[in-house]
Every structure is written in C-alpha cells, then in structure tokens.
Design a protein around this ligand. Structure first.
Ligand SMILES: [Zn+2]
Length: 144
C-alpha cells in the first residue's frame, strides 16, 4: 500500500514522529522512574523471537511499558481520523491498535505484564501505575 502524501503540515509532523524513539513523554517517564530508584532497560524486545520493542522494560519483574502516541494508537481523548485518505488512515490506525492488543496478549500469555501509558498522561500518574504493576509482579514471584 502506498503512503499518501500528507495533506497538511500537521499530518507531516505526525508522520515524522511515528517511529521516533525517546519522545518527550517517554523521556519524562524514564526520568521519573529513575528518580524513584527504579532501574530498567529501554527499547528492548521483552520476548526472544517476538519482533515487538517495548519502550521501558523491567526484565526481572517481567513488566514491559509502552508509551503510546495519542494519534497513532487512537487515544479515546485525542485520537482523530484524518479527512484526507480516510480509508487508508482508518486501516492503518486500526492495524496499529490491533497490533497493540495482540502484543499485550502475547506478553501476558508469556507471564509478562504490559503497561500502556498514553503520551498525554501526567508523568506522576503514569509512574504510579508502572510501580503498582512492579509491586504486583514481585508479589507473584515466589521467594527462594
Ligand atoms: Zn491522548
């Protein structure tokens, strides 16, 4: 499928941002988690053989964090459907969301916890949620 020409500077900016790593919301979350004493890996495939990269990974806790862009992952508050090439966009964004849900399912089937954070979320709330999942996951691991 051919990529249509962006219809506006706004769409061009979104395109440029699509696969970028180290976005501002991601960096802010990493900084906050680090400040709280959490240590993690970044841009890592949680599962061998699964071609999906998580933004923040806690291998020992088996927690994978994805910071999702509101446009690309169709945030309920800020997701929008471009008017130009609407069928193409609809198919593309729908595939993104399906892929997200599939990734979550595969990770959870493998004993991982997937945490989804929207780029619009306040960093404190996002970090709280990540830490909550970390605490939950350490409780489920038996002490040896
Ligand atoms: Zn949003």
């Amino acid at each position: 499928m051919l990529t249509p020409q962006p219809a506006s500077p706004n769409v061009s900016a979104r395109l440029a941002r699509q696969s970028s790593k180290d976005t501002a919301p991601e960096l802010a979350l990493r900084r906050e988690l680090h400040r709280r004493g959490r240590r993690f890996r970044v841009h890592l495939r949680p599962l061998q053989g699964l071609r999906r990269t998580a933004d923040i990974v806690f291998p020992r806790h088996r927690v994978a964090v994805f910071v999702d862009g509101c446009f690309w992952h169709r945030c309920p508050e800020h997701g929008s459907d471009p008017k130009n090439n609407s069928a193409w966009w609809d198919a593309k964004l729908r595939r993104n969301v399906e892929r997200d849900r599939e990734t979550d399912r595969i990770l959870e089937d493998s004993g991982w916890t997937a945490v989804r954070v929207w780029e619009h979320e306040a960093v404190d709330a996002a970090a709280d949620r990540v830490e909550q999942r970390l605490d939950e996951s350490s409780r489920t691991v038996p002490y040896s």
